[in-house]
Ligand binder design. Structure first.
Ligand code: HEM
Length: 398
């Protein structure tokens, strides 16, 4: 088979077969804020250095989220939820929406998911330990996050699997977020939540749908459609990312047996190890903002309306910020990674993600004595998610 020709940052092959870290390292060195005009894609700026990247993410007055937060081939196409959904709004609207849900996402609230995370991890692991080869991505970690937090997202019982499937199709292994399969999946998630809103209005529970419905009754200027779009976003944002830390993280540990042993023996504690795995895997490849007016960034002039993308894995490997950034160091300190973003849109689910990752690793180390890689890893051909499509492993209890 001939190797695919890789043309640039929007080329899916760069992520499945190429070495994006080499491309990003060259951009950091030579042109931290660079202009990209690539085939079949509207042109955009790419920011690859830490300081400039955080400047974009933190300064919503210059770089708005209201025109989308991921690159798309046709940036001028309408973006569902633009200016309305939590992720697609700027302050003051963003602050108000985020506040309505914030109490459900504090570290204390996240800690309450420990028991459920333990139960789900045990069930998923027991299905594969001493049971021959499995695909760790799809058989074990893909179902994990949504099964743990489905109740929080207002998804219950038999619907969990169905909504998890749609959420995956909506953002999973695709390059074009506007594709018809993704659109159809989004519609299914939206329809589900339209029903859930009516139910929670009659009988509120302790989930995000109820939090928004109650805030709406208290005078928050949010329509049912906006609640639905925000919930859709939550279902999609939580599933893909957490599993990528676990699959990409385990792959990194398998490649670094000394560090894996240190983690197992307790020589390295889980707290810094989790942060390093989150830095190492950086599940979101890029975030996009749009310039509100002509501005300059890193000495480069940016015009009003131009798309500015920030490449998080590159920021997380910036030599000016991280000591030996291309090495996995589970006890890395300090570790100011940007995998959860930066500024006002910093991931609201970070405490939950940390709990889920911790519990899964604890359970895996408890029940799995030996891990063998039994086939080839397949990486996702996507410039949006930095993930694995397939990781064939065998787990042994002895
Ligand atoms: C390791 C796992 C995760 C990673 C790496 C991650 C990454 C991110 C990033 C980079 C952003 C910033 C988006 C932006 O600036 O436009 C973000 C925002 C967000 N994340 Fe996460 N996320 C993770 C887990 C979760 C979980 C578990 C949930 C929900 C339960 C969640 C819900 C959200 C939401 C709602 C936002 C938007 C916040 C806002 O706009 O204010 N994420 N996440």
């Amino acid at each position: 088979m001939t190797a695919p020709v890789i043309t640039g940052l929007t080329d899916p092959h760069l992520y499945s077969h190429g070495d994006p870290h080499a491309t990003w390292a060259r951009l950091r060195r030579e042109c931290p804020v660079s202009w990209h005009d690539e085939p079949d894609h509207e042109p955009f700026w790419a920011v690859t250095t830490y300081d400039e990247g955080l400047e974009v993410l933190s300064d919503w007055k210059r770089f708005t989220s209201t025109r989308g937060t991921f690159l798309r081939p046709n940036l001028s196409d309408p973006y569902p939820g633009a200016g309305v959904m939590m992720t697609l709004s700027d302050p003051p609207r963003h602050d108000v929406i985020r506040k309505a849900a914030a109490a459900l996402f504090t570290p204390k609230a996240a800690a309450r998911f420990r028991a459920r995370a333990t139960e789900v991890s045990r069930a998923l692991l027991s299905g594969v330990v001493d049971a021959g080869p499995h695909d760790f991505v799809n058989d074990v970690v893909a179902p994990y996050p949504l099964q743990v937090i489905a109740g929080l997202l207002g998804v219950e019982g038999e619907d969990v699997e169905r909504i998890a499937g749609y959420a995956e199709a909506a953002v999973g292994n695709i390059v074009d977020l506007d594709g018809t399969a993704a659109q159809r999946a989004h519609l299914e998630v939206l329809a589900y939540y339209a029903d859930a809103i009516e139910e929670r209005r009659a009988r509120p529970t302790n989930d995000v749908v109820s939090a928004f419905v109650l805030a709406q009754a208290d005078g928050l200027d949010i329509t049912d459609d906006e609640i639905i779009l925000t919930c859709d976003n939550l279902a999609v944002a939580s599933g893909e990312t957490t599993r990528q830390v676990l699959s990409g993280g385990l792959l990194a540990l398998l490649a670094n047996p000394v560090q894996m042993a240190a983690l197992r023996s307790g020589a390295v504690s889980l707290k810094p190890a989790i942060e390093e795995l989150v830095r190492w895997t950086t599940p979101v490849n890029h975030l996009m903002r749009t310039a509100v007016a002509d501005t300059s960034l890193g000495g480069v002039e940016i015009k009003e309306g131009q798309a500015v993308s920030v490449w998080l894995p590159s920021l997380n490997r910036d030599e000016k910020v991280f000591d030996r950034p291309m090495e996995l160091q589970l006890d890395r300190s300090p570790n100011r990674h940007v995998s959860f973003g930066g500024g006002r849109h910093f991931c609201i689910g970070a405490p939950l993600a940390r709990v889920m990752i911790r519990v899964f690793l604890e359970e895996m180390m408890r029940s799995v004595a030996r891990i063998e890689q039994v086939g080839e890893v397949r990486r996702t051909p996507s410039y949006v998610t930095n993930s694995l499509d397939c990781l064939p492993l065998a787990f042994y209890s002895k």
